[in-house]
Structures are given as C-alpha cells and as structure tokens.
Design a protein around this ligand. Structure first.
Ligand code: ADP
Ligand code: ZN
Length: 521
C-alpha cells in the first residue's frame, strides 16, 4: 500500500529527532493524522505518545490529550516545549500563571497540544472552553482506565465519550492492555460501540528467549540459571520479600554480585539499588514486582521468575525488561502447584467485584496455559495479545519440541477421584487415592473403599502431580481458596469427563517427574 507520509517523516526527524518509526508507529500516525477514529494497542515503552504528538502537528487546531498520570503529562509537555512545540497542561498541579498562559494560547489559537487531567472534564467550564477552542482531535492515553473491571478505573474517563460527541472530532485511544474485554469496553464507552480503526502492534520481542520450567528445587534452579550467565546483568523476580533476601544471599555465596529489592525497604536503600543496577555491570537484583517501574536499563541480559507472576500481562511486562537494546536476552519462569494455589487465593481473597475476579482468573489461566503450552510459546503469547505469528525458533519448546500423549484417560481418573470425594480434597490426597496409598487420612475417610482407589498405579506420585499441574494449567480443576486448596472441577472439564473431548498432555513432563517424596506403604 503506497503511503505518502513524507511530511510525517520530516517532522519525525526535525521535531522529535528520530530516524525512523518504530513498528506500527507509521501506520498509526497516518490514520490519526487522516482524522480516523483509532484504537491503538502497543506495549509499554512501544512509543505511543509519538502517535498522537506527531499527528497533532499535522492537523489544524489543538489536540486535547487526556491522561491520568500527571507527572507523565508534565514530562511530555516539557519535552515538547524543548522541541519547540506549543504545548500546555491543565492539571491540579498548575500554578495560576501557568493556567492563565495556557488559556491565552488557547484563545489566540497557537496551542498545538493541550494535556488535561480527567478530573477537569467534570468541570463545565472546561467543556465550554473546549467547545470554543477549535479542537482538532482528542487523544486518550491509558484508555483502559475507562474499564470498570480493570485495575485502573477512572470514573471521569466515562465523560470522554460525551466530549467526543459534543465536539464532533476524531478520537484516538491508546493503551497497553490487550485483552478482548477491555478492548470491548473501550469501544463501547469511548466510541459508542462503533469499532474504530484498530491497531495492535509491537508486542513481539523476538530477541527474548522464552522458557518455563516446573518448580522442583527453586533455589537450585535459579542458582543454576544464574551460574550459566555469570557476569551478566539480570533480575530474579520473587513472590515474597523474604525470598528476595535469601536468594540474593545465596547468589552472593556463589560469587555473584547480587542485591535484593522490595517495597519494605526504605526509599534511600531502594534508590541505592536502582543506581547500582543502572551503573554496575553484571549486577543481579533479586526483587519483588516493586522493582521495575523506574528501571530503564537497556542491557538487562536475563530475567528469571522464582515464582509464577500473577497474570499473563504481568509476565509479559516483567520479561520485557530484558533486552531492551535488541541484543539476545534470556528468561526462565518457574511454576508449580503451590504458585497456582497462591495466585488463585490472592484473587479470591481480594475484595474485587465478582466480574473483575473472573477476569483476573482468566488472565492467570492464560499464563498457566502458556506455562503448560504444547507448542511454540511466543506464538501462544502473541495470540493472547491478538497478533498472529509463526513458530519463533527462540523458545524452549521450539528448541526442543515436547513429546505429547493422549491424556484423556489419566485426566478422567483424576477428575473422578476429585468428584467421588466431593471435590473437598487437595492434590496430595487425591494422588494418594489414585496410587492406592493407604494413609491414615485415606483410611479414616473410607477412601480406600472407593472404586477410584488405586486405579492410577501406572503412574507415580510425581507423575500424577504433573498431570494435575497440567490440568490446572488448562483450567480443568481449580484449587478452592476457601477450602484449603480443595480441587474443584470447572465447566471446561465436563466434556472430557463425558468422553466428548480428548485432551493432549505433555509426555516429557510426566517422564521427568521423579518420585522424591517417600511413599507410605
Ligand atoms: P509508551 O508507549 O510507553 O507511552 P513512549 O511514548 O513514552 O512509550 O516512548 C517510549 C520511549 O521510546 C521514549 O523514550 C521515546 O522517546 C522513544 N521513542 C518513541 N518513538 C521512537 C522512535 N521512532 N525512535 C526512537 N525512539 C523512540
Ligand atoms: Zn517458539
């Protein structure tokens, strides 16, 4: 398709100082500059702001930018002014002089970009002022804030749709959140349900190697991974503060330069770690998710997860901190049944409304499905974000395609053990029943009399655990947080139980599972 964006490319260089567009930017800039309604989904750091700042310069009138992040707005305004662009902001942090200056430039028509905090939209004066100002375009940053089930809901965002209607101008919405429900809500609330031109670009980070591994001895697994990458900067993400400290000290004992980082440390200590990480070569930071927001180090060579992240989005963001410079980077994510139980419990025990909890379970499911993927992980990850792709050749499953087997029979046995015991028991007890292990608990409950007792002797304990983990990964059973992780069957399991659907499992996961726990005879 021929594109005449010579003026856009000239501005890209002259005003913004960039030689070329990033993936997706050129097309989005064209569409926005043309006056199309646009929804653009790009990952954090993908370069969204350019996609409305540049078109603002190509259109007559002022572009109104709505963003919830005041500090970010101020940054952008400063950057634009330094580049010689007439930009201003109306936020609660303004001085009276600043506000007056913005109004003056708006009245004389010289302002090109006006950043507005969403609260301002509740003010009738703002609406009137915009109606008279000759608005060219509305740009909405962090558009997912309009989603009531999301984590960042901003009630004032609900006013934006009305503003668009009143002004009768095109709207360009930007977000890094790619799930379908959120997209649907954005379309409903900002575009009155009429699908805008939608771009989903730039989620692939082909230089990052993806790998998952079942957690069997997490500390040793992390130490092994780090040993093979000694001297290269990396991040180890942990689920708890204690673990960051213990893994960091274990790494130091192995001769690595490593320190821990978590939200419980005081601000000075945290800043000290951030500074060391930015300037020192080969430092490992062992951290909770508190580490990352301000981290802008391009040459992080690896990221390892000692515990499963909370959602597929969180996973993507955390591994995405590696290899910003485009050079090869590696990742490894450990996961086990205990992680799954913990993450489910965190969702269920939070006080989110039921709809949001369902959405959170869905985001966790997507990550578990990725952990238990049968083929290329990147393909599956990108499919979640809506991009189609070929097998990548740069993930553990492309490196070594897994062996598969028809797991229908095993899964049906496992489901039957759960159902016949009233869906009231956790994995350990169910495995005891399947392998015919007469523990006290089994005998006390009379579970040695069940028809399921001992029907799974063909597999060992560790192998059944691998089956259950995959079942959790496919969301066939869920641990119930209110009942100590009792496994409850989901609707997805019904057709398998009824014999209407088959299920494929990873043979290699079953093969590698060793029996480490002594069996009670
Ligand atoms: P986000 O998508 O998270 O809003 P930004 O718009 O802040 O991302 O852009 C992230 C970084 O990428 C910024 O430092 C910006 O200057 C840089 N950037 C954006 N577009 C380009 C480009 N075409 N070439 C080089 N750097 C770019
Ligand atoms: Zn792959």
């Amino acid at each position: 398709m021929p594109r005449d964006n010579a003026p856009a490319e000239a501005l890209l260089k002259e005003v913004f100082g960039f030689d070329a567009f990033r993936p997706g930017q050129g097309e989005i800039v064209d569409a926005v500059a043309r006056g199309d309604n646009v929804l653009a989904i790009m990952p954090t750091g993908g370069g969204k702001s350019l996609c409305f700042q540049l078109p603002a310069l190509l259109r007559d009138g002022v572009t109104v930018v709505i963003s919830p992040l005041i500090a970010l707005m101020r940054d952008q305004v400063r950057g634009l002014r330094e580049a010689g662009v007439a930009a201003g902001a109306l936020t609660s942090g303004n001085t009276a002089e600043e506000t007056d200056a913005v109004w003056d430039r708006l009245h004389d028509g010289s302002l090109k970009l006006l950043y507005i905090a969403p609260e301002r939209l509740a003010n009738p004066g703002t609406q009137r002022m915009l109606a008279q100002a000759g608005v060219a375009l509305i740009a909405v940053d962090e558009a997912h804030c309009v989603s009531q089930w999301g984590h960042d809901f901003r009630p004032d965002y609900l006013r934006i749709g009305e503003l668009r209607r009143d002004l009768g101008v095109p709207l360009a919405a930007f977000t890094a959140t790619a799930d379908q429900e959120t997209q649907g809500e954005i379309v409903q609330r900002l575009f009155d349900g009429v699908q805008p031109e939608t771009f989903l670009r730039g989620f692939d980070r082909p230089n990052i190697h993806l790998a998952f591994s079942p957690k069997d001895s997490p500390r040793a697994q992390i130490l092994r991974f780090a040993a093979a990458r000694k001297g290269r900067s990396g991040i180890v993400y942990c689920g708890t503060r204690n673990k960051t400290e213990s893994i960091a000290s274990a790494l130091r004992q192995e001769g690595h330069s490593a320190c821990h980082y978590h939200g419980g440390m005081d601000a000075d200590d945290r800043r000290h770690v951030e500074e060391r990480f930015a300037t020192e070569d080969g430092l490992i930071v062992v951290a909770t998710v508190a580490f990352g927001m301000g981290v802008d180090k391009p040459d992080i060579r690896w990221v390892a997860h000692a515990d499963l992240p909370k959602s597929i989005e969180a996973y993507y963001q955390e591994i995405g901190r590696a290899g910003r410079d485009g050079a090869p980077a590696e990742t490894m994510t450990l996961y086990g049944p205990e992680d799954i139980r913990l993450r489910r419990a965190q969702i269920d025990e939070g006080n989110a409304p039921p709809e949001r909890r369902d959405a959170d379970h869905g985001r966790l499911n997507a990550l578990l499905g990725l952990a238990e993927a049968l083929g290329c992980r990147r393909q599956q990850l990108l499919r979640y974000f809506g991009e189609t792709s070929e097998p990548c050749g740069n993930c553990d499953l492309c490196d070594k395609p897994p062996s598969l087997f028809d797991g229908t029979e095993a899964v049906r046995k496992a489901l039957s053990a759960a159902l016949r015991t009233g869906e009231s028991f956790g994995m350990g007890h169910l495995v005891d029943i399947l392998i015919g292990n007469e523990t006290d608990k089994v005998r006390q409950r009379g579970h040695d009399k069940l028809p399921t007792f001992g029907v799974g002797r063909e597999l060992k304990r560790g192998q059944w655990q691998a089956v259950f983990r995959q079942m959790m990964g496919f969301d066939l059973v869920r641990p119930d947080a209110d009942r100590h992780g009792a496994l409850v069957m989901t609707d997805a399991a019904v057709p398998i139980l009824k014999g209407e659907e088959q299920i494929t499992l990873r043979r290699d996961m079953i093969d590698r599972a060793t029996d480490r726990r002594p069996q009670v005879k």
